[in-house]
Ligand binder design. Structure first.
Ligand SMILES: C[S@@+](CC[C@H](N)C(=O)[O-])C[C@H]1O[C@@H](n2cnc3c(N)ncnc32)[C@H](O)[C@@H]1O
Length: 245
């Protein structure tokens, strides 16, 4: 494992038991009272941004009833049936990965699934850590084009990027649900993205996704100057696809 790989990924870091020298102000105490409403406030900030994104950035982009309709459209109208490198972050039992492997028959295409297969490392929208666990079982694929990077993204991506040239058209499927995981993947890949690469978001516009996947996209867009156009959505833009320009 590369020396720069973060092997200390511990989403449940606890505070040190040392008395704090910090003194709360009246204003900071007031914010403490609103703590339970934090997620609601975050939603109040991101839902209008997402609505605006749909009205402007996604204007004219087709929306399909299901994510598979969107995937098929990307194959038919945007050439994703060719020799792509498909990277999926969040594999679980392999349902979405299986769809792509089954619908892209190009012998040169490569499919890489990233997951630790033990579920979400943090709680998400009230669900506990470990939700979506596959019990550590890696799904079986009888196709030499498929491989897996097993571990937390924070443990596998540095090494992967060091040995896997992202020079071909790359399709990235983000389906890890969490803001932290989505932000990590996008920041790791931001400097490797090139025009034509496609990013699929599985929960960009759901009531849960706006403060996670959509928020991560917003942050990476402003931090890295990511430039993209929206290719389409599914289920009223619950899922979304963008292309780097
Ligand atoms: C919703 S499931 C993926 C579903 C799958 N794409 C499908 O459509 O069937 C989310 C997956 O993300 C994985 N995951 C979330 N955060 C992760 C992280 N930081 N590192 C590795 N895997 C992670 C979980 O283990 C889980 O399998």
């Amino acid at each position: 494992m590369a020396s720069t790989t973060n092997t200390n990924h511990n989403p449940s870091n606890t505070a040190a038991e040392v008395p704090s020298t910090w003194r709360p102000t009246a204003k900071s105490r007031l914010y403490d009272l609103a703590r339970a409403l934090g997620e609601q406030f975050l939603k109040a900030a991101y839902v209008p941004r997402f609505n605006e994104w749909c009205r402007t950035r996604a204007a004219g982009a087709p929306d399909f009833p299901t994510r598979y309709g969107l995937y098929q459209h990307l194959i038919d109208a945007h050439g994703l049936g060719g020799p792509i490198d498909f990277l999926e972050f969040g594999v679980f039992f392999g349902e979405s990965l299986r769809w792509w492997v089954g619908h892209n028959s190009d012998p040169a295409a490569r499919f890489v699934g990233f997951d630790k297969f033990t579920g979400l490392p943090e709680s998400w929208v009230g669900l506990p850590p470990g939700t979506f666990s596959a019990g550590g079982q890696v799904p079986q694929f009888d196709d030499p084009r498929v491989s897996f990077e097993i571990g937390y993204f924070q443990e596998t991506m540095v090494d992967f990027i060091g040995r896997f040239p992202l020079s071909r058209r790359t399709v990235i499927h983000l389906d890890a649900d969490l803001y932290s995981a989505t932000l990590y993947v996008l920041t790791m890949l931001a400097n490797h993205l090139k025009p034509g690469d496609v990013i699929l978001f599985d929960e960009i516009g759901s009531g849960y996704g706006v403060t996670h996947e959509f928020r991560a996209l917003n942050d990476v867009e402003s931090a890295y100057g990511l430039r993209y156009k929206v290719l389409g959505g599914a289920d009223n833009f619950r899922q979304g696809a963008i292309e780097i320009i």
